[in-house]
Design a protein around this ligand. Structure first.
Ligand code: FMN
Length: 140
């Protein structure tokens, strides 16, 4: 199964999660500035919430995806106030006709005085477990 990991991260929180996921699935985490040119069975795509929405770089990356080359996307991210996974990326992917995995991963990300030290080791362990669960689902 061909797997890729992409992320957009301003202060490194989502990057840490992306790297934990990449390590768990045996690939490399790359920024969304690196486009997906080869066909992939599964793309883990990470981003965070900024003033209630995802960054324009992440939107542009999603827009650049070729639905013929990307079978399924699993989204992940960090946020400080929002306690459930943000759905904006998933909605944009679905609108492009790209399948979105049944579940998404989200953990706290440090912001100002909130959530200092997050994502922490436990968050990263949970992210790795999420990635393995998604892969197992794809193989079913
Ligand atoms: C400018 C800015 C705006 C933010 N707005 C929100 C928000 O609306 N909701 C939220 O839950 N977190 C918000 N956050 C917190 C970030 O989502 C959180 O710190 C996240 O972990 C940042 O990830 P990154 O380091 O990968 O960019 C904001 C952070 C910044 C810097």
């Amino acid at each position: 199964m061909k797997i890729a990991v992409r992320f957009y991260s301003r202060s490194g929180n989502t990057q840490k999660v992306a790297e934990a996921i990449a390590k768990a699935v045996g690939t490399e985490a790359k920024e969304t500035a690196v486009s997906v040119n080869e066909p992939v069975d599964l793309l883990f795509l990470g981003g965070s919430v900024y003033w209630g929405g995802i960054d324009k770089n992440l939107r542009a990356f999603i827009e650049s995806l070729d639905p013929a080359k990307v079978k399924c996307v699993a989204t992940f991210g960090t946020s400080a106030l929002k306690k459930e996974p943000d759905r904006e990326a998933a909605k944009l992917l679905s609108a492009k006709g790209i399948k979105v995995a049944s579940s998404a991963f989200r953990c706290d990300g440090a912001f100002a005085a909130f959530h200092k030290g997050h994502p922490d080791e436990a968050d990263l362990k949970a992210a790795a477990a999420f990635a393995k669960k998604i892969i197992a689902e794809q193989k079913e």
